[in-house]
Design a protein around this ligand. Structure first.
Ligand code: 5GP
Length: 190
């Protein structure tokens, strides 16, 4: 998505530890029209699927999941993050190591919001080492739902998880794939 690459080049900042900051339009301040453009693009890419739920993890995936859900006319569900194990039988859970916070937390989705008849599209803002997506995939599997793929705004291709998941046969659609980044430049996969 050319417009996303341009926005990253114009407004993104590379922080130490290979973190790309996009707080001006995606992560803290949200560019409403642009978020909706991303949602529409995700819906276009997955228009051949009979998606029933969009699934993400709080908090930075929510805006994109809602935009995709609006464009697809389906509900969006977000997994909640907890610091410690939540033993409730009413939730599906998965352990996720956070790339940005350097800690493991548990994500949980109430069973009433995801079930075996659902066709799920996972949406997130970033794909780095793939831990968030893999945790969400585990929840989809536990629910007995069908995963039709993952839509990611920004994949950091140099961290490899996107290609690993593709090699496993999972459909990963990233709207921008960063191949490399330094303080001065961000390069995208052609
Ligand atoms: P992963 O689990 O794939 O390693 O990392 C994905 C999660 O970490 C995303 O949900 C995102 O919130 C966060 N993340 C990973 N890399 C970056 C980054 O470079 N910039 C920002 N803003 N978030 C990131």
């Amino acid at each position: 998505m050319k417009a996303l690459e341009e926005k990253i080049l114009k407004e993104g900042k590379v922080l130490p530890g290979n973190v790309l900051k996009v707080g001006s339009f995606l992560n803290q301040q949200m560019d409403s029209d642009f978020i909706m453009e991303i949602g529409n693009e995700i819906a276009r890419l997955f228009s051949g699927e009979k998606i029933t739920k969009v699934l993400t993890v709080e908090s930075s995936g929510i805006a994109l999941a809602v935009a995709a859900g609006i464009a697809l006319h389906v509900p969006s569900v977000f997994a909640k993050k907890h610091k410690s194990a939540n033993m409730s039988k009413e939730v599906y859970t998965a352990a996720v190591y956070s790339y940005t916070h350097k800690e493991t937390y548990e994500i949980a989705v109430a069973k009433e919001y995801l079930g075996k008849d659902d066709v799920v599209l996972i949406v997130d803002d970033f794909l780095a080492n793939g831990n968030a997506v893999r945790g969400l995939m585990k929840i989809v599997e536990e629910a007995g739902a069908r995963l039709c793929g993952c839509a990611i705004a920004i994949e950091k291709g140099f961290q490899g998880a996107g290609d690993e998941l593709r090699a496993q046969g999972i459909r990963i659609e990233s709207l921008a794939i960063v191949e490399s980044m330094t303080d001065e430049s961000v390069t995208f996969r052609a």
